[in-house]
Write a protein that binds this ligand. Structure first.
Ligand SMILES: [Mg+2]
Length: 205
């Protein structure tokens, strides 16, 4: 569906796509959550861009190397492919939070890169994650936020009342259902909006 090509769905990785383990350092620790391949396939079929955006400060902390990170990413791609699903790009921020890197969520660097790479419209896009920084990232880029409860959040933390969250979903499958519905709703609303008045040509007198 070409009409959705400018919409990105940013996905956090740990606790959203794979089981949260407080640092996934080896491919063996990467376990895809059960509903994830089907959910991502539904996004693929809708024609939106599926982009993983993940803070991986474990690299700067010396818990894993870029090579380990690469093999974890390969495992993710392989497991998704088995379920007929694919992600269009994976963005990582490997730096330490103390260095305040531009790429580290909630800072907007990874979204800027995605916009550059795919020409996505961030205002029409979505962020799905299990953590406060994910929702702050979504808010900072002007996207709509879906909090999933498969990782750190329970959904009733005090911060959930101060960061704008558009939907709380049990898992990625619920998040995707809501997102696809919301995309349809917004498209309908746009279609129903009266066309902007045409500028009248100045008439010669
Ligand atoms: Mg997470």
């Amino acid at each position: 569906m070409k009409t959705n090509a400018k919409i990105a769905v940013f996905l956090d990785r740990d606790g959203t796509i794979n089981r949260e383990r407080n640092y996934v350092n080896r491919a063996a620790d990467f376990e895809l959550l059960p509903e994830v391949a089907d959910a991502i396939r539904a996004l693929n079929e809708a024609g939106v861009k599926v982009l993983v955006a993940s803070n991986q400060s474990g690299v700067a902390r010396g818990y894993l190397t870029m090579k380990h990170l690469g093999s974890i990413t390969s495992k993710m791609h392989r497991q998704l492919a088995k379920g007929g699903a694919r992600v269009d790009a994976v963005y990582y921020c490997p730096f330490h939070p103390d260095d305040k890197p531009y790429c580290r969520k909630p800072s907007v660097g990874m979204a800027m890169e995605a916009r550059e790479q795919f020409g996505v419209d961030l205002k029409r896009s979505y962020m799905v994650g299990d953590n406060r920084v994910d929702m702050e990232f979504g808010a900072n880029i002007g996207a709509r936020n879906v909090l999933v409860l498969t990782g750190h959040a329970r959904g009733d933390e005090p911060w959930t009342r101060t960061v704008k969250i558009h939907c709380v979903a049990q898992n990625l499958s619920g998040a995707v259902l809501w997102i696809l519905q919301d995309i349809r709703k917004r498209r309908k609303a746009r279609a129903a909006r009266p066309a902007p008045a045409r500028k009248r040509k100045p008439t010669a007198r």
